[in-house]
Write a protein that binds this ligand. Structure first.
Ligand SMILES: Nc1ncnc2c1ncn2[C@@H]1O[C@H](COP(=O)(O)OP(=O)(O)OP(=O)(O)O)[C@@H](O)[C@H]1O
Length: 341
């Protein structure tokens, strides 16, 4: 397991005041845990200090209902994992919440403001950003150019700064400074002139995260941050995600790697067939029969002991299409993982 940061939490209060009361020596994780301690472990549970609240979110693709979430709240200044088997609707929900897709029904607020009708760049301007994977086009840009793209919404594409070059130039300088700082923090500063496509899987994930931070967000949504990351960079990546919470940010991430989910999450939300089927702290959720059923499609393997199937070594697994060819840097065949390993 990994050491939690304990450096003077009082010095930096969580954004929005935070629901937990800090005491000396408390980690940020302790605070989040305390804030969530009395939250009922039921789908759609109300949180003491939600930054994101969504109601009746429905997205259909033809006859398929990909997302049908009645109610969900994301606690501020906590790390929440969104898990579920393949096709559960996690990515679709992410896309909806961040303005990259349009729901058939539903509404949500971010920090009290309605954002469900906003386009992605406006959602980002409100402070909710998501990482997006390094596409082929972005791979052909340098690391620094990628960072500059992350600042797009701050920059002078608007009329006034465009007409006033001195404003534009000072903003450009600010963007460069921020990019350099972030690249140094993520240990990518020596790579800034390299093509992003030349980075390793783990470095790409760091770049995706660093790029998201260019717009100084309050909530960061990470899409499979551990996919394609080799063990050498795992600890560094986990540390960076935990750091976001320490800096007062809220993190929501989709992930199949249950070690990561268990290690860093304060709260876990489980989706299956478009709906939320379970919520709670990691250990409680992973022991929830509804979650085990969701991953197994309701069919327990008869060869596995009845008592606690997920404790059986090499026993119950869930499977996903995490093909090695999609994730350079990881070896192996199609992964099968024990949600409670
Ligand atoms: N653009 C689309 N057109 C048609 N069907 C789609 C589209 N996007 C997603 N779907 C379907 O919606 C369902 C939910 O998909 P989604 O990608 O959100 O699941 P997921 O939980 O993120 O899965 P994974 O863990 O495999 O990434 C799936 O059945 C998928 O095939």
């Amino acid at each position: 397991m990994h050491a939690e940061h304990t450096d003077n939490p009082e010095a930096r209060e969580p954004a929005g005041g935070g629901a937990a009361t800090a005491t000396v020596g408390q980690t940020y994780r302790d605070r989040a845990t305390a804030a969530l301690a009395d939250v009922p472990r039921v789908p759609g549970a109300k949180k003491p200090d939600p930054i994101l609240v969504a109601d009746n979110v429905v997205r259909r693709f033809g006859g398929l209902t990909a997302v049908d979430v009645e109610h969900v709240e994301i606690q501020r200044n906590a790390i929440t994992a969104l898990i579920g088997p393949n096709g559960a609707g996690k990515t679709t929900l992410f896309n909806l919440l961040t303005g990259f897709d349009t729901p058939d029904e539903g509404a949500w607020t971010f920090d009290g403001d309605p954002v469900s009708k906003l386009a992605a760049h406006k959602v980002a301007r409100k402070g909710m950003v998501r990482t997006f994977q390094l596409t082929k086009a972005l791979s052909r840009l340098t690391v620094l150019e990628n960072m500059r793209l992350g600042a797009q919404d701050q920059r002078g594409e608007r009329l006034l700064p465009a007409l006033l070059p001195f404003l534009w130039r000072s903003q450009e300088a600010e963007i460069s400074t921020r990019a350099q700082e972030l690249l140094a923090r993520f240990k990518l500063d020596r790579k800034q002139e390299d093509f992003a496509g030349s980075l390793s899987g783990g470095q790409r994930k760091l770049l995706e995260m660093a790029r998201a931070l260019m717009s100084d967000p309050t909530m960061v949504m990470l899409d499979e941050p551990m996919a394609g990351v080799n063990p050498a960079l795992t600890q560094s990546l986990l540390g960076h995600v935990k750091d976001l919470r320490e800096q007062g940010m809220t993190v929501l991430f989709v992930e199949h790697d249950m070690d990561m989910v268990r290690d860093i999450s304060d709260w876990v939300i489980v989706m299956a067939q478009g709906q939320i089927v379970s919520e709670g702290p990691p250990d409680a959720v992973m022991a929830d029969p509804a979650v085990i059923d969701a991953y197994l499609g309701g069919h327990h393997d008869e060869s596995i002991g009845e008592d606690d199937p997920l404790e059986q070594p090499g026993g119950v697994h869930y499977q996903h299409t995490d093909r090695p060819e999609d994730h350079p840097g990881t070896a192996g065949t199609t992964r099968t993982e024990d949600p409670r390993a």
